[in-house]
Design a protein around this ligand. Structure first.
Ligand SMILES: NC(=O)C1=CN([C@@H]2O[C@H](COP(=O)(O)OP(=O)(O)OC[C@H]3O[C@@H](n4cnc5c(N)ncnc54)[C@H](O)[C@@H]3O)[C@@H](O)[C@H]2O)C=CC1
Ligand SMILES: O=C(O)C(=O)Cc1ccc(O)cc1
Length: 309
């Protein structure tokens, strides 16, 4: 087995567990940026394994864990956060004690608890690439997904410093920028930047589709007025997002409370004709969008760069 000293790649072999959007994007990015790294692909769904094989994502494909898993220097769990414990428990008997375990889960505190419970002696380096789309499955991934995006690592006092550096080097090799954060703080930040926006999108699309005085075809036909961008987010994977809200419950409920209070303030401003309050808020929010563009985290093109023939 090639160790880190004999190879320029951070890991000679990587096992990816869950070959959906994120797992398949990691496989593609490894192929592009770390071509000497062996990729072992795992998915409990045999159909997903077959589809991954049809597009040659990995070097081997497995619908169950076996003794070959001990060859992996890094295992990355890319399954929904609610499935992390089951996947870690299933792989436990086959792991080498030297293998580093990581994950890409959207919530960090609950996943670390689940992984430590299933693998009490393993070297664990939790990670969250803050990059994705509304699509799922092995065909949805792409190699450039992590380029210029943040990958947040959430080590704690028990984390191994050398393992942390190797995982950080791996994500940098895939084009990501690495940030370190405490898991609880990560969960609070992502509750407002990612989880709450998804909840709002699911709500507004649900509200529009349940309206009695407006037909479904009107909602679809006139969707360009802002609604369409919510529908993209609201098309995100139902199982993945069910798990995110149940796993990051406290932080999401805290942010939802703040959001409800701010929404009530806006409701009051509209009711009492406080145009200056509305204008002041909308001016502030515009600068946030401009900062995101300036920092290269989105495209400045109008309407998200969509073609309008
Ligand atoms: N979708 C996104 O935009 C992002 C997702 N994430 C996180 O990445 C993880 C994966 O998300 P996606 O790739 O979008 O999901 P996905 O739905 O595209 O793929 C998940 C795969 O995991 C497999 N799986 C489920 N349970 C399993 C188990 N016990 N053992 C083996 N395989 C199992 C499924 O068959 C499926 O193929 C989630 O934890 C999510 O929170 C992180 C960043 C962005
Ligand atoms: O497609 C979008 O708008 C996303 O927000 C993608 C995303 C989903 C989940 C994450 O944990 C990180 C990024």
């Amino acid at each position: 087995m090639n160790g880190p000293l004999e190879s320029s790649a951070p890991f000679a072999s990587v096992a990816i567990v869950g070959l959906g959007l994120i797992g398949s994007s990691i496989a593609r990015a490894i192929r592009q940026s770390l071509p000497d790294t062996q990729i072992m692909g795992y998915d409990r769904n045999a159909d997903v394994c077959a589809r991954a094989q049809a597009i040659a994502l990995c070097d081997s494909y497995h619908a169950a864990f076996g003794p070959e898993l001990a060859e992996a220097e890094l295992v990355i769990l890319c399954v929904p956060v609610g499935a992390m414990a089951a996947a870690a428990t299933a792989m436990a008997p086959h792991l080498s004690p030297e293998t580093i375990i990581s994950d890409v889960g959207s919530c960090k505190a609950s996943v670390l608890t689940a992984l430590r419970g299933a693998l009490p002696y393993a070297i664990i380096v939790p990670a969250h690439p803050v990059a994705g789309t509304e699509n799922s499955g092995p065909e949805a991934g792409f190699a450039s997904l992590f380029k210029g995006r943040w990958c947040i690592l959430t080590p704690d006092a028990d984390s191994d410093a050398a393992a942390f550096e190797r995982v950080a080097g791996f994500w940098r090799a895939l084009g990501a920028e690495v940030e370190t954060m405490d898991a609880a703080h990560h969960d609070l930040v992502l509750a407002v930047t990612s989880h709450l926006p998804h909840l709002i999108a699911y709500t507004i699309v649900g509200t529009a589709s349940d309206l009695e005085g407006v037909t479904q075809s009107e909602v679809i036909k006139y969707s360009a007025g802002g609604f369409r961008d919510f529908t993209r987010i609201a098309a995100s994977d139902p199982v993945m997002w069910r798990d995110v809200f149940l796993s990051n419950k406290d932080a999401v409920l805290e942010m939802l409370q703040r959001f409800s209070e701010d929404l009530s303030a806006l409701q009051r401003a509209i009711r009492w004709g406080k145009g200056d309050e509305l204008e002041a808020l909308f001016t502030r929010t515009r600068t946030i969008r401009r900062s995101i563009i300036e920092q290269g985290q989105d495209d400045a093109k109008p309407d998200f760069g969509r073609e309008h023939p």
